[in-house]
Write a protein that binds this ligand. Structure first.
Ligand code: BGC
Length: 463
């Protein structure tokens, strides 16, 4: 068996997000956020569930950190819930919320696990949504920067790794075009996703400026952002298909990262969207360019992309691409992918090489990667997740190949530690390496947990 060894200081971790695991949705002074409200609307979550209780991580902190310790992870990526800290998103601070995250951070550090904190994993405080319009409001960047400052102030003595946003393109597309995530808007799909993303970018830049000007020197940490990516594989060698795949990259990664690298959106977006795409002022560009110490990459799948002449109103009509699903190598796994696309390990390598080349070989952290599976009724079947092991082996080998080719990958966070609330899929999708029994909240390791534990101990992947 060929073995690929990782560098000595490579960081292995697992990732989660607040609404997907915490529960305690209205406890100890937490304010409501848009997902609390959205999940209450009939029909929005496929199984009618919500993250109100989730896996009750809020009341299982000691146990959950002990379990991470037993896995041997060196780091843990989690998100902070804005409205647990600032119940109305601004103004009064909820000290009980601060105390909760302090406890989590302290437990992690005692266990030798470095906290990697995402400031926003999709939960806009409801008060900010209702008062100002959330991400559609031009002044939202000041609110986000103030929240970020508070987090740096209260936690930055111990948290050395920050991310502003998780998947800005998912926030914009799912929340403002397709309406399948909170706030569930579909009224202006031609403009609102771009406006939302624009404000996310400016909010990111402001928060990073706060960190750099007021905290970074004494706290000695780093700050980045986590992007949602897929690899667009051209459906053929034809130039028009290769160009279509290039455009698909522009409209996903380029959309959210070009502005941070060179101060503007990709030319292909400007060309196709015209005035619908907002513009940055010179001052904003200055704030944006270089506003990250590393790039976080969330990656799960690839899509086959071909050219399309259709210029419909839908998203692919704008891009001029067609996505064909289930046409890549890993057919056997396709049914596990609710978002469309295919598992294609080499697509991961290609994506990483592309990001590295396009953005001047930045440090990269894999902030999410993992395997979708339907939730199974039988616990014993759920624990025997051999497909996940096959997937992880192949994807980690591909990541290693990218590193050998010169991509600077510093660490890897497996999505996800526990089966949890998978957004509009509810609890029907199980992505964890720990199974959770919702009748008693018992956590049980799946086969993949032992696999990951060994991989971390060996610091190597074998194929
Ligand atoms: C998100 C996670 C989600 C995962 C699987 C990512 O898009 O950041 O919150 O659970 O993918 O769908």
């Amino acid at each position: 068996m060929a073995s690929r060894q990782f560098p000595e200081h490579f960081v292995w971790g697992t990732a989660t997000s607040s609404y997907q695991i915490e529960g305690a949705w209205d406890e100890d002074g937490k304010g409501p956020h848009i997902w609390d409200a959205y999940a209450m609307l009939p029909g929005r979550i496929k199984d009618g569930s919500s993250g109100a209780i989730a896996i009750d991580h809020y009341h299982h902190l000691e146990e959950d950190v002990a379990l991470m310790k037993s896995l041997g992870v060196q780091a843990y990526r989690f998100s902070m819930c804005w409205s647990r800290i600032l119940p109305r998103g601004e103004g009064e601070v909820n000290e009980a919320g601060i105390a909760f995250y302090n406890r989590l951070i302290d437990l992690l550090l005692e266990a030798g696990i470095a906290p990697y904190v995402t400031l926003y994993h999709w939960e806009m405080p409801l008060a900010l949504e209702m008062t100002y319009g959330g991400w559609l409001y031009e002044g939202i960047d000041d609110h986000f920067a103030a929240y970020a400052r508070l987090c740096f102030e209260r936690f930055g003595d111990r948290v050395k790794q920050w991310m502003t946003f998780n998947e800005s393109n998912a926030i914009a597309e799912c929340g403002y075009r397709w309406g399948v995530h909170a706030p569930g808007r579909m009224a202006n799909p031609d403009t609102e996703p771009y406006l939302c993303a624009h404000h996310l970018l400016l909010s990111h830049a402001k928060a990073v400026a706060v960190y750099r000007q007021e905290f970074q020197a004494q706290q000695n940490g780093q700050i980045g952002i986590a992007h949602n990516t897929y690899w667009p594989e051209p459906a053929s060698e034809k130039a028009e298909d290769r160009e279509a795949a290039e455009r698909a990259f522009d409209f996903t990664v380029g959309w959210l990262h070009d502005p941070l690298y060179r101060g503007d959106y990709p030319a292909s977006m400007r060309q196709r969207l015209g005035e619908k795409l907002p513009s940055f002022s010179p001052e904003e560009q200055k704030l944006l360019i270089g506003s990250y110490d590393y790039i976080g990459i969330n990656h799960y799948l690839s899509k086959s992309v071909s050219h399309s002449d259709e210029l419909g109103d839908d998203f692919s009509g704008v891009i001029g691409t067609k996505m064909k699903e289930g046409c890549l190598d890993f057919d056997a796994w396709d049914q596990g992918y609710p978002h469309g696309g295919s598992a294609y390990p080499d697509g991961f390598r290609k994506l990483l090489e592309k990001v590295s080349q396009r953005y001047g070989q930045p440090p990269i952290v894999i902030t999410e990667n993992g395997f979708f599976q339907e939730t199974l009724a039988e616990t014993s079947a759920a624990l025997a997740d051999d497909d996940r092991i096959t997937y992880l082996n192949a994807y980690l080998a591909a990541m290693h190949d990218a590193m050998t080719a010169g991509v600077d990958v510093l660490g890897y966070f497996l999505w996800t530690l526990f089966d949890n609330f998978e957004w509009s899929e509810g609890y029907q999708v199980a992505m964890g390496i720990y199974h959770v029994d919702h009748t008693n909240m018992r956590r049980t390791p799946k086969r993949s947990a032992a696999f990951y534990q060994k991989l971390i101990a060996d610091n190597a992947v074998s194929l």
